[in-house]
Design a protein around this ligand. Sequence first.
Ligand code: PMP
Length: 294
Amino acid sequence: MSLVPFDDRDGQIWMNGEFIPWRETKVHLLTHSLHYGSAVFEGERAYGGTIFHSRKHSERLENSARILDYGLPFTVDEIEDAKAEVIARSGLGDAYVRAIAWRGAEKMGLSAQDNTIHLAIAAWAWGDYFEDKMAGIRLTMADWKRPSPETAPHDAKAAGLYMICTMSKHAAERAGYNDALMLDYRGQIAEATGANIFFRRDGALHTPTPDCFLNGLTRQTVISLAKARQIEVVERAIMPDELATFEECFITGSAAEITPVREIAGHTYKPAHMTATLMEDYSNLTRGKIPLPA
Ligand code: PMP
């Protein structure tokens, strides 16, 4: 991974409708969202100059903001145009795209009814999310649990929800793992810190029902790719005592794409045919070589 800090790079970032030199895209210290976690964001990837599922990401951004009780100052169409322009100006074919919206600095305190809403879009070259992606990653169990849907707005991709993800990921990395598997408030398997999870047993895929964590766009895509190959996909509650019974495991996300998992807290998996097939299908789909299955 590049060691160049993100605030000291060349290029331009789209911010509130204009392109601004990368190093000059500043926000004030007393920005509401910095204090109260109310930014919403998207992580997207462009392949060969086209952002995969771009409109779905923009729609989710708008929906995340709505859930957090604000409207974006740009329409989905305007965000689409801005993202396309960001990619075009970056000169990158394959890129990671970060769109983020936040409440400004007019008022501090919890109430922010009239604070201005800001939106920015940046893109940069970013390879695999995990350095040893192809070898398969190792997960440990997180201490933090995904909260109940009555406790956190799980359908919003909101900055504040990532607090326990960073804490869990740091603990995992310190213990020599790549990432952590988070259980939910009921003790069911939920997801990794920034990606959804799938398991294979016999010929079927099993994945937790996304009732208290993000139903990722990649997750939904992988389910349709699997179904197109007549693979049975079972969405259900999965308890950790089943970890010993699965044969393959992978995680999914716009950044992680499909990343094979070779261990979860002592249980080992062998990335095999099903993982490889879906990885290839996903790669072909993101590069426009096959159509999105119905
Ligand atoms: N869960 C969490 C917590 C995430 O941060 C992400 C990445 N956005 C996902 C799941 C996967 O979502 P997507 O496939 O839409 O990128």
